[in-house]
Design a protein around this ligand. Sequence first.
Ligand SMILES: NC(=O)c1ccc[n+]([C@@H]2O[C@H](COP(=O)([O-])OP(=O)(O)OC[C@H]3O[C@@H](n4cnc5c(N)ncnc54)[C@H](OP(=O)(O)O)[C@@H]3O)[C@@H](O)[C@H]2O)c1
Length: 290
Amino acid sequence: MPTSPDLEEADAAPLSTPSNPGSAVRLDPRTILITGASSGIGRALATSYAQRGTTLILIGRDAQRLAESAAECRALGATVEAAAIDVRNIETLRAFILSMDDRHSIDLVIANAGVSAVLSQGEIIESPETTTSIFEINVFGVVNLVQAVVPRMCARGKGQIALMGSMAALRGLPYAPAYCATKSAVHLYAESLRPSLGKHGVSVALIIPGFVHTPFNARLSSPKPLAFSAGRAAAIIRRGLQEGKREIVFPRLLYLLIRAGSLLPGRLVDALLNRIPVEAPPMPTPPPGT
Ligand SMILES: NC(=O)c1ccc[n+]([C@@H]2O[C@H](COP(=O)([O-])OP(=O)(O)OC[C@H]3O[C@@H](n4cnc5c(N)ncnc54)[C@H](OP(=O)(O)O)[C@@H]3O)[C@@H](O)[C@H]2O)c1
């Protein structure tokens, strides 16, 4: 099924909540770490931040695609450090982040890396292996990153952490139970971290996108209402982070529709969701972290 075109600017305005109170947000971060920078939104974010005077620390798994992202950012004038690391590998991830922080003092961390699995017609639930991988990457990958950077940022009394959530966290979807559950965990993690880290000058932003055209959902054949391009999503995220927003939500219309849907009887919403035609090729189980 064809996807919807981008909204007009007026309709597409992100829904952002007010700035983190009491936090020392650096509006012009010079050193930015992005996970999942080898593809999609992460790569678009990297190129969006790439400019002379900026240091980008890029993490992904696919070394070839990560090198292409890094080359693109260097061509735009940025200093780039890139490492092919699986975010599940806590030791390697932590050692790399600390060595980068020693050299560059990280201002902004964007925990963007994530995976999904979508049930095809006839499939009832994800396999145990797939479910475990999704939770390990989407939840523990984020936790591993946050735990590595928080002590340093809090000791400095400044820093910004952005976690990639999803509108799939707002209402469970019958075709992606594990994915929805992991993003819901990310939302509550961000909410829970924000007050305590804020006391130490570190702000926490939660990014809540609807559909974004990336390889992530290209394999999903379903309606993708109000889908954005990755470049446009990156521009909205960057602006929201510069303004120190607590939550960066886009597109607003989809968010409001989902919120309004929560007022309907749950059984009715379940029945409507079951009628959405969703097709996806069987999901290969992501290899275990190395
Ligand atoms: N696209 C959407 O419609 C949408 C909507 C809401 C939220 N999101 C969220 O946005 C984030 C980025 O998604 P995307 O659409 O840009 O997808 P994408 O194009 O598939 O990119 C995902 C990125 O995550 C990286 N990644 C996956 N597993 C990893 C691991 N174990 N260790 C390190 N890196 C890993 C991938 O690296 P390699 O390719 O190198 O393995 C890739 O760079 C995800 O958290 C997703 O949940 C996406």
